[in-house]
Ligand binder design. Structure first.
Ligand code: ADP
Length: 378
């Protein structure tokens, strides 16, 4: 047996290989002609939940997903003949978890070309699969955004016709003779309702278009009141749907920052949307928006708080939620991109998003941005 010296300790080479193989991040196994497992490293224990002793008493067919055994069988016989192979497959852990893996295998043969064993390196590809799914979902959302922007554009023409015709109806009712019959008054009030609703649609379509136009924008003096109001307008249906009561103490013309309006609106839309999600189904459903002055690292800032009485966020995920693709929402409801994009936008504006949260009580996300003086009105 070959040995080597490290400092003054003599170590068998085989032990070094064992240590190396056990610390390898991927699972490694070797199987004999019948498919019996004759070697595994420690990573296999961690991945599958079996002890090494249990694995060494098992056959390869017992650790694969039963639904794909036919493919496993074929892969194994190909491998015995061909020598090396890279495939994707699915393992079944002791607790029943299905684990997608990428397997790189090669076979060794004796001098007469008889199959002896295969060695395989199995990489857990769950993170890659999850990322792929998130990207597909994000792509789909981007396509929906483009579609919405197109629809918003197309809505404008018929809407202009509605508004103009309605305006004419209002005018002719105003100038009708006799001047104010009861019927004419009622018709006028209906026509004003149509006018109001059409203006709302027009505003919503404008928002949709500018919102989906993206991030290339110039920073300008921005009244946080305007930005928050626009975001509340966009999220109104979501907030109303969960039955949340909105309280805002923000006044117009007092809290100015230098920021890109669409970007800031996007941040507040994300934060208010998340607050609404956290309030869904809760007994107390309050969403409060306020702005106060703070100082951070010697810089005077406005701190814009979005507070909800929702589920709260457990301390162990409070940093993770800002990472891309981290979501606790069910499929189709969350992309896990809102907070990471919002943080990037706020940091681009030399600000920071702060979080205070208590599980089962609620959360406050605060957007802190450097203050500027209100612009002089001309
Ligand atoms: P998404 O909303 O698509 O999940 P985000 O990046 O906006 O992506 O949010 C990431 C996660 O942060 C959410 O899935 C949720 O678990 C958590 N979160 C964000 N805001 C709140 C909030 N106000 N209350 C509770 N949890 C929240």
């Amino acid at each position: 047996m070959s040995r080597m010296r490290i400092d003054d300790i003599e170590i068998r080479e085989a032990d070094i290989f064992e240590i190396l193989l056990d610390s390898f991040p991927d699972m490694i196994h070797s199987i004999d002609e019948k498919g019996n497992i004759v070697y595994t490293n420690r990573t296999a224990e961690k991945l599958l939940g079996y002890t090494r002793e249990e694995l060494l008493a098992m056959n390869i067919r017992q650790i694969y997903d039963p639904d794909i055994l036919k493919a496993v069988e074929k892969g194994f016989s190909d491998l015995k003949r061909r020598g090396d192979k890279t495939v994707e497959s699915i393992l079944r852990a002791k607790d029943g978890t299905r684990i997608p893996v990428e397997i790189r295998s090669f076979s060794i043969y004796d001098d007469n070309g008889h199959f002896l064993r295969t060695f395989s390196i199995l990489r857990d590809i769950r993170p890659i699969k999850e990322l792929q799914q998130s990207l597909v979902h994000a792509g789909r959302l981007a396509a929906i955004g483009e579609l919405a922007s197109g629809v918003a554009h197309d809505i404008n023409n018929p809407l202009t016709v509605i508004l103009l015709s309605n305006e004419m109806v209002i005018r002719s009712l105003e100038h009708s003779t006799p001047p104010s019959s009861e019927d004419a008054e009622r018709a006028k009030s209906h026509a004003r309702d149509v006018q109001k609703a059409s203006h709302s649609i027009q505003k919503l379509a404008d928002h949709l278009r500018s919102f989906s136009r993206g991030m290339v924008e110039k920073a300008e003096p921005l009244d946080l009141y305007m930005s928050l109001n626009d975001a509340l307008f966009i999220t109104k249906s979501k907030v109303t749907k969960v039955g949340a009561s909105v309280h805002s103490t923000v006044e117009a013309g007092r809290h100015f920052v230098c920021a890109c309006p669409n970007n800031m609106e996007q941040v507040f839309v994300n934060l208010i949307g998340n607050a609404a999600d956290a309030l869904d189904g809760r007994a107390k459903r309050d969403l409060t928006v306020s702005v106060s002055p703070v100082s951070r690292k010697g810089v005077e800032m406005w701190k814009c708080d979005i507070t909800d009485t929702g589920t709260g966020i457990p301390p162990e995920i409070r940093e993770e939620i800002f990472q891309s693709f981290f979501t606790t929402k069910e499929k189709g409801k969350g992309t896990g991109l809102g907070l990471s994009i919002s943080r990037a936008i706020v940091r681009d504006h030399k600000g920071e998003i702060e979080l205070v949260s208590e599980v089962d009580k609620g959360s406050t996300f605060s957007v802190c941005l450097p203050r500027i003086e209100p612009p002089q009105s001309k």
